[in-house]
Design a protein around this ligand. Structure first.
Ligand code: HEM
Length: 449
């Protein structure tokens, strides 16, 4: 085997940053606020207006995400960034409001239903593979976003007549670059009622997205047979088990908006980073290709093929270890508690830097090296469930994880069997606004096999 590829990391500041520096850095790249110590210690604490902690410890993660979940609701700063676009929908809600929405959407993501959605994923895999086969060189993030957007439109809205993908994607990017930037004013302690410029700038992109989603919902209501077995169908039919209440128009728009954005952006990033890693690791690329070719014999991958190609899954898992699409989460502490033997107090802010957890010296051997072998069946059992959290954990674990993995495995297996990827430009920089994106993109040379 070739020597391990050490892919690009995030800049790490070795000295403590001032409040202003932190604010500026966070606007540029959230990953840069993670202190060097967070890659070596279970928990790092500090004070900047309020007490904060960075937790990168599997035991602590279990306490926050499972054992004492009610003590760690999502932080108001994060909620505030997301609220203009997704209101108090599933991802942002808490308590009873969260519970009934989770119950309403869970049925569409059962394994049986996800398998039933595979034909849409396979059709997309065929399309993107044909597109790339015709190109000598491509920017892979754009390509993967187009592919996963197709799939989410099929499963969320039974088609995309009401969606111009280009307009919608441009609005998403604008939103991430405006509201998605941590607000300087939050870090400087300016009161919450004071309008944030990012939010004002984001308003137009939010309106574009909401109008498109609302049009799709309205079209479904007009259809006489409005019982399609897709996400919107389930949400239109859902009732609160206790009150019998249905989703309001606004709740429907907010939830669909979240599903469309979260459902394709994250998966596209996992795929793009996986292709970047394979392009730089020819030996791994050959091994994955050999397995895919043996199983598929030229056709697109389907759900029945996936277990016979474990390397495809291992590569995606390793890609999401090194580049977790959701690289950092934030919670608020409700009441005094102990984490990693340290006391956290009411109103402290608790960061969960998934990025640092996945590159932590205490939990991983050679954390910076690309090695899909970590996730081989014989090694997987050695991992603590809470040291690898691309999808979160506990009751609030990602509802779309199974869906995302099936889609990513189908697309990656189909592509790698048919196409050879090599780097066409120096490594990209990982930049986190809301998700960990490669800047300025992933440019690869492509040659049909
Ligand atoms: C590679 C792809 C994906 C990644 C890495 C990812 C990551 C995550 C993470 C880390 C969380 C937990 C957030 C927290 O605890 O604060 C989450 C929650 C969630 N994800 Fe995903 N996600 C992915 C794909 C999807 C897809 C495809 C969908 C739906 C179509 C989806 C829908 C959701 C929803 C609704 C929640 C909130 C669940 C709740 O609070 O009950 N995600 N996701």
């Amino acid at each position: 085997m070739e020597t391990d590829f050490i892919p690009v990391g995030a800049p790490v500041h070795r000295r403590r940053l001032s409040r202003l520096e932190t604010a500026l850095v966070a606007r540029r790249n959230v990953l840069e606020i993670i202190p060097a110590l967070s890659y070596r210690q279970p928990m790092v604490s500090g004070e900047m207006l309020m007490r904060w902690h960075m937790l990168a410890d599997p035991g602590g993660m279990k306490r926050v995400m499972l054992d004492n979940l009610a003590n760690y609701p999502k932080s108001e700063i994060m909620r505030r960034m997301l609220r203009p676009a997704i209101g108090n929908s599933l991802f942002n809600a808490d308590g009873a409001e969260w519970k009934w929405q989770r119950q309403a959407v869970a049925p569409v993501f059962t394994h049986r239903n996800v398998v039933a959605l595979a034909p849409a994923m396979m059709a997309t895999a065929e399309r993107v593979s044909a597109r790339l086969a015709a190109a000598d060189r491509a920017e892979l993030v754009t390509e993967m976003l187009t592919a996963t957007f197709d799939v989410i439109c099929d499963v969320a809205l039974s088609g995309r007549e009401h969606f111009d993908g280009t307009t919608f994607s441009a609005a998403i990017t604008r939103y991430f670059q405006t509201a998605g930037r941590a607000s300087l004013l939050d870090f400087l302690g300016v009161p919450q009622w004071f309008p944030r410029p990012g939010e004002l700038l984001a308003a137009a992109s939010v309106r574009t997205m909401h109008d498109m989603v609302a049009a799709a919902i309205e079209a479904r209501r007009q259809e006489t047979s409005g019982d399609a077995d897709d996400l919107l169908g389930h949400m239109l039919a859902a009732r609160d088990p206790e009150t019998g209440q249905q989703m309001t128009e606004e709740e429907l728009v907010y939830n669909m908006q979240f599903f469309i954005v979260a459902g394709h952006e994250t998966t596209a990033l996992a795929l793009s980073w996986a292709l970047y890693l394979l392009a730089h690791s020819p030996a791994w690329q050959e091994r994955v290709r050999a397995q895919a070719t043996r199983q598929l014999q030229g056709r697109a991958a389907g759900p029945q093929d996936l277990d016979a190609m474990p390397l495809v899954e291992q590569v995606l898992e390793e890609a999401m270890r090194l580049y977790p699409p959701v690289g950092l989460l934030a919670r608020t502490v409700v009441a005094k508690d102990q984490l990693c033997g340290r006391t956290v107090q009411s109103d402290d802010i608790l960061f969960l830097p998934i990025w640092a957890l996945h590159r932590h010296e205490m939990w991983w051997e050679r954390p910076e090296a690309f090695d899909p072998g970590r996730f081989a069946p014989e090694n997987r059992g050695k991992l603590n469930k809470y040291q690898y959290l691309p999808f979160g954990a506990g009751p609030r674990v990602c509802v779309g994880a199974d869906f995302a993995m099936m889609q990513a495995r189908i697309i990656l297996a189909t592509l790698i069997q048919r196409l050879r990827f090599t780097p066409a430009s120096p490594g990209p920089r990982p930049v986190m606004m809301m998700t960990v994106r490669p800047e300025p993109g992933i440019f690869l040379n492509i040659a049909p096999i």
